[in-house]
Design a protein around this ligand. Sequence first.
Ligand SMILES: [Zn+2]
Length: 436
Amino acid sequence: MITHGSRGSSVLGILALLAMTLGGPAPGSAQTDDSLVVHGPDDASLSLPVGRLRGYSTVPHEALLQLGWAVEVDPSGLRAQLGRGGPLVEFSLDSPLFRWDDQLFQMVSEPFSGGGSIQIPLQFVADFLPILAAEAYSFSPDERALEVLDASLWPGNRDETRRLEATRGGIAIQSGFADGSDPDREEVRDLQERVVVIDPGHGGSDPGATGSGGRREKDIALAIGRYLEAELRGDEDIEVYMTRDRDSWIDLWERGPRATEWKGSHSGVFISIHANSSPSSAIRGFETYFLSEARTEHEKRVEAIENAPLLRQADSNDGDVEVLDLTFIQRDLEKFNHGHWSNLLAEGIQAEIEDVHPGPNRGVKQAGFAVLTNVLMPAVLVEVGFISNRAEERILSQGEFQREIAVALAQGVRGFLERYPPGQGSTVQDEGLRKE
Ligand SMILES: [Zn+2]
């Protein structure tokens, strides 16, 4: 089910923006990475410890207590409720997805158990809280400080005797899928069908990168996307969708929810097609990204380039956007680790492109791309070459090479789908490969 509303638009849009700005520490801020200042009422302040046990910034779950949440920890994750009868949040360990009441959101990294606590990505506190609970929190990126606006949440002002359970009545937080109810055969066959969503990058008013020969990234991405669509269209059991099939612009934060709606209860993959650019015209080669926190300067730079349309669109965007109802994907989320599978899909695609591309193979990389946020299936962003390199600009503009790249992408997808579990009614294969 899909609902429409401008509130969802502003939330998703701003979240995507913030995910970009917080993709990595600001230059020179590395030394302040060990704490987050929180300002409260009457000039009070406190400091939350920030750890990097897995290479990305997290706060221990006790930090939520200090921010006015009631917290309940169990072996699979934690639930928390803001203030008295406020929103209910649910995290699962090692999944970047979390629930906020009946909505689902995705962070660029995952909560995990470590240091005697559940470590929650700092992004939740810095990006999501000020948007989803704007009346309670605001965040200043310059100061790297959170402000608690609702004085009743501040330690000492709270009724410490309240219990999470007491205020949770009536909120259904269990899975809507009954265990052991096998779907009938027809449904099983139907669910063998896979969905492939092709996302040609940029488009319309956003040309993406432009080469010195005048070739535009948006045209190359669309051409390869069309070849890929044609290649996969003939596959039985694969249903193909394109986020755009012409020179038009689709907001970055709308592409994921649309793709997720098309996928429905099937299993599917999302491929965003781009061409890279670099200040150095000598740089060439292909690389494939999955959604996670950017680690290297190169990853952060590519992330900033691909998220840049958000800045241009931010002021003018006022349209409706689809907001996900999470029910139909609940089972998927419980069973599948999309980060792991996205990485696997990226590796398969890199290997296939290597066969047709002069290279070099620059490998699988990770970054916090807005377009992959809220794509609730394995998702990758492929940079098929550097348009800033003369030779690659030329070859990327040739129909034959575009088709070869598309065939390689299709092969990568097919190889992946052979290993990836189909939809409901199937068993999970490759269980041993899942990330611990
Ligand atoms: Zn791009």
